[in-house]
Design a protein. Structure first.
Lengths: 289, 162
């Protein structure tokens, strides 16, 4: 279980990372918490020739509120996400989801940016970011651009990141007043990826749903934004019929693999159950429950 | 592949070595420093037997490169006892039968040490969540939880007496 040889770089600034990435091209890979990448390197599923360690790069860590929006540095660890009371107050789904990721040791090093950028459909953070309509801030030698989380995932380990680019921060728009959020995950044990999981945000005003977003983890080749399920809730009282319609629409876009976590039918069913629970929980929270 | 010189503090003492970038921290500790207390269980980031403290965090040292620890501070199970006296956690594990075969124990102890720094008075449930990254195939965890809580109490009492 020893990775292939590589050269190690430890830049101190974002600009240095950009020039290293430009110079190394396909050979360079950024290292964040290492808790997806190092296991893959040990299995020789990844053999980067150069690792660019982001740990010492200034300005990539921390949680801040900027004009109502929430900015999270890519190198903020999952443990730091859990620890932040301010974040749990403003956007509680992040703590709820982070607590369901792996175990304390993994979360001590694993980062929010690494989880978002990895591109594994089993990662929990992507669906959450789709549900809160986050934008990813990408830096490359042409400067900065942002890509919506909902547009970021293209295939297994395939994302909108171009060669030479990396993720510096995640921006979450201010959650609307009266929004409830929930992340429901079914897993076999601590430290396991989801059999199925669903992230939901929804806002109700005067008993009517004005905004809803539903996103799914590990039931397709990418995390899935369930647009039809989201639309099925908006304008309704989120009554039994609306929930049923949303669950059906969510399950319809799932296409999980049969694996150790169960056969296809089971995992699709589980996606429905998680979606129903997440909608009902988010609704109760939106109503102040 | 060229080697890199690294320098770190391990159990309060300066340690240095020359490593390939791909050398895992657990291999550096065991093979270069001769600190074989930290165990290799799964080597796939799951079991926690290799847990050490790195810069005040519990980490799985099979999933960290030694070069990443350059300049850092490491605590392994060898660093827990002070002046020939067992650490309260070690004493409690012995007293409460917190181990059987002992394979998971170095990781459990070092993890519990960090947990009690973060939360000096954890409930049963908080201990269980806290050690959920450490697998034990013998004890059924019951006595580990008991030992950690008793150690916590002993440590609080010691603190209060000072
Ligand atoms: C035992 C175990 C259980 C786990 N269980 C779960 C789980 O239940 N749910 C879950 O979601 N995850 C789980 N994980 C994965 C864990 O959350 C990882 O920490 C996370 O997926 C990757 O974050 P990282 O910081 O460790 O990234 P790394 O492993 O360092 O990087 C992962 C990938 O993303 C790229 N990358 C990292 N940061 C950036 C960046 N800023 N810009 C561009 N690319 C970047 C890297 O080049 C690499 O390709 C588990 C891991 C382990 C070992
Ligand atoms: S040996 Fe490191 S987690 Fe098992
Ligand atoms: S005492 Fe044997 S594995 Fe824990």
């Amino acid at each position: 279980m020893i990775p292939a040889s590589f050269e190690y770089h430890r830049p101190g600034s974002v600009d240095e990372v950009v020039s290293l990435l430009a110079e190394l091209g396909e050979e360079g890979r950024v290292l964040a918490g290492g808790h997806s990448l190092i296991p893959m390197m040990k299995l020789r599923l990844a053999e980067p020739a150069h690792l660019i360690d982001l740990t010492g790069v200034e300005g990539l860590r921390g949680i801040a509120e900027v004009e109502g929006a929430i900015h999270i540095g890519a190198m903020t660890t999952q443990a730091e996400i859990i620890k932040s009371d301010a974040l749990a107050e403003r956007c509680p789904i992040l703590r709820e989801a982070a607590e369901l990721i792996a175990d304390p040791q993994v979360r001590a090093l694993g980062t929010i940016g690494g989880n978002a950028a990895n591109g594994d459909p089993g990662n929990d953070i992507p669906a959450v970011m789709m549900a809160v309509d986050a934008a990813y801030v990408l830096r490359g030698s042409d400067g900065e651009r942002t890509v919506a989380a909902r547009d970021f995932y293209q295939g297994p380990f395939e994302t909108a990141l171009a060669v030479g680019e990396f993720l510096t921060a995640i921006r979450i728009p201010a959650p609307p007043a009266g929004q409830g959020q929930a992340y429901c995950k079914l897993k076999r044990k601590v430290g396991d990826y989801a059999i199925a999981a669903t992230a939901v945000t929804l806002a109700v005003d005067g008993g009517v749903c004005g905004q809803a977003a539903v996103a799914l983890t590990n039931v397709g080749i990418t995390p899935l934004y369930a647009e039809a399920a989201s639309t099925a809730l908006v304008g309704t009282a989120v009554d039994a019929a609306a929930v049923e319609a949303a669950v059906e629409a969510a399950v319809a876009i799932t296409d999980p693999a049969a694996d150790l976590r169960g056969p296809v039918e089971y995992r699709r069913h589980a996606a429905g159950v998680m979606t129903r629970r997440a909608i009902e929980t988010a609704l109760a929270r939106a109503k102040g429950g | 592949m060229a080697k890199t010189d690294i320098k770190l503090t391990v159990n309060g003492q300066e340690a240095a070595g020359s490593v390939e970038p791909r050398t895992l921290l657990i291999h550096f500790l065991r093979e270069q420093l001769g600190l074989t207390g930290s165990h290799i269980g799964c080597e796939t980031s799951h079991c926690g037997a290799c847990t050490v403290d790195l810069n005040g965090k519990s980490v799985k040292s099979c999933t960290v490169f030694a070069v990443q620890a350059d300049g850092g501070e490491v605590l392994t199970v060898e660093g827990l006892a002070q002046g020939g006296e067992l650490h309260p956690l070690q004493a409690a594990f012995a007293e409460d039968h917190g181990l059987q075969c002992g394979f998971c124990t170095p990781g459990m102890l070092v993890r519990a040490h960090r947990l009690l720094q973060e939360n000096p008075d954890p409930s049963d449930a908080e201990v269980r969540v806290g050690i959920s990254g450490n697998l034990c195939r013998c004890t059924g965890y019951q006595n580990i939880v008991k030992a950690i809580r008793n150690a916590a109490q002993a440590m609080r009492e010691k603190e209060a007496a000072q």
